[in-house]
Design a binder for this molecule. Structure first.
Ligand SMILES: Nc1ncnc2c1ncn2[C@@H]1O[C@H](COP(=O)(O)OP(=O)(O)O)[C@@H](O)[C@H]1O
Ligand SMILES: [Mg+2]
Length: 380
């Protein structure tokens, strides 16, 4: 078991491509940490630097108490599972799992116990005599996992290990990985582009974009308090809606004014965070689930009027695709009902406590629900 620390880590490919920039993270002993972000944002590069498969261009990486920048991968006490798990086709499952240990010249009885224990844990004990070609995709992935487990490493590294599985198997294997971690409690660093996988697996998640860390926090905190507009848009089962507008102040209250489209009264709790931004262009972000059909009791200036285009029933809820008169698209997730009007102007109410206001630009900071560590600096 070990903690893993990245300090000012950067990766420069070919002396010019800065693929990863200034990453600082302390992964605690036993933690399940997930790197998540769109393709090309630097997740695999970061993981490969931890594994020792890529040289660290700048900064230091420590595993336990040791700086490992110059330590060979096989001496880092890690085990890695990739998307393409590449089992040895001519070897049985048993041999696939035992092979690394045999190379390390462990006693035969010790190897046998490790392999059988891991096989039992992964529910593949009945497959030990088979060759990989006689296994399903999910079973092969378990064997790859088994091969990592028998090494009893201080740290597991996973790079999109579920990407080759179909949706159903991906979901069940995900659950099993989480159970496995709960039993083994081995420090785990996991890379995925799938934000649902990140949210469900991670004790904490690291959201990356363009080689930079955008936010590190628990899944729920990242969801509730996205550090910036990018994180708000990336995390969450349905994308956040955004509306561009100007912050106005009148009669001691703040309003978000999006041209002719909407004039939304903002709650008093937002005032101190927004005081320096009056007259500025900002963007209002709200998740589909922060909207509901307006009821007569809702304040008029917390409502928006939208043209409904399409309704997708989901069971308990329904997703309604809507448009503002200027064509801005908005998705609403509402309580389902049979006779919901389509091609009609419908009033929705915004639940203001779930509304975010971001500074302009793709990485504009969240002004009203910033991450907790910004609200309560360590110095306090
Ligand atoms: N061996 C390499 N040489 C040059 N550029 C690379 C190399 N590997 C990755 N990159 C670049 O580094 C960036 C990050 O890649 P990667 O870490 O693979 O992203 P991710 O895993 O998040 O999809 C990308 O722009 C990619 O093109
Ligand atoms: Mg990758």
């Amino acid at each position: 078991m070990a903690q893993v620390t990245l300090k000012n880590v950067a990766k420069v490919y070919d002396k010019k491509i800065r693929a990863v920039e200034d990453v600082n993270i302390q992964i605690t002993d036993g933690e399940f940490l997930v790197f998540v972000g769109p393709s090309g944002c630097g997740k695999s590069t970061t993981l490969r630097m931890i594994a020792g498969l890529e040289e660290i261009s700048e900064g230091t990486i420590s595993i336990g108490d040791h700086v490992v920048n110059d330590v060979h991968p096989k001496d880092r006490d890690i085990a890695m599972v990739f998307q393409n798990y590449a089992l040895y086709p001519h070897m049985t499952v048993y041999k696939n799992m035992a092979f690394g240990l045999m190379l390390r010249k462990l006693p035969r009885e010790k190897i046998d116990k490790l392999v059988r224990d891991a096989a039992k844990l992964l529910d593949i004990a009945h497959l030990l005599d088979r060759k990989p070609k006689a296994l399903s995709g999910g079973q092969r992935q378990r064997v790859a996992l088994g091969r990592a487990i028998v090494r009893e490493p201080a740290v597991f590294l996973f790079d999109e290990p579920l990407s080759n599985l179909d949706a159903k198997l991906r979901a069940t294997t995900r659950t099993e990985l989480k159970k496995l971690h709960a039993r083994l409690k081995t420090t785990t660093i996991y890379v995925t582009h799938d934000q649902i996988e990140a949210m469900t697996l991670g004790d904490r998640i690291v959201v990356m974009s363009d080689g930079r860390v955008q936010q590190i926090d628990t899944p729920l905190n990242v969801y509730k308090r996205p550090a910036n507009r990018f994180v708000g848009a990336f995390v969450g089962a349905t994308p956040m809606n955004f509306l561009e507008g100007i912050l106005e102040s009148a009669d001691g209250r703040f309003f978000f004014v999006a041209g002719e489209t909407a004039r939304i009264a903002l709650p008093a709790e937002f005032s101190s965070a927004l005081a320096d931004h009056i007259g500025n262009t900002l963007s209002l972000g709200f998740r589909p689930s922060a909207m509901r059909e307006a009821s007569p009791a809702d304040p008029q200036d917390e409502r928006i009027t939208l043209r409904t285009i399409l309704v997708e029933p989901l069971g308990k809820n329904a997703d309604v695709s809507c448009e503002f008169p200027d064509g801005t698209h908005v998705l609403a997730r509402i309580d389902a009902r049979e006779d919901f009007p389509v091609n009609a102007d419908v009033q929705f109410t915004l639940e203001m406590k779930h509304v975010h206001i971001f500074e302009p630009g793709e990485f504009g900071a969240n002004l009203v629900h910033p991450p907790a560590d910004i609200l309560a600096p360590a110095a306090v």
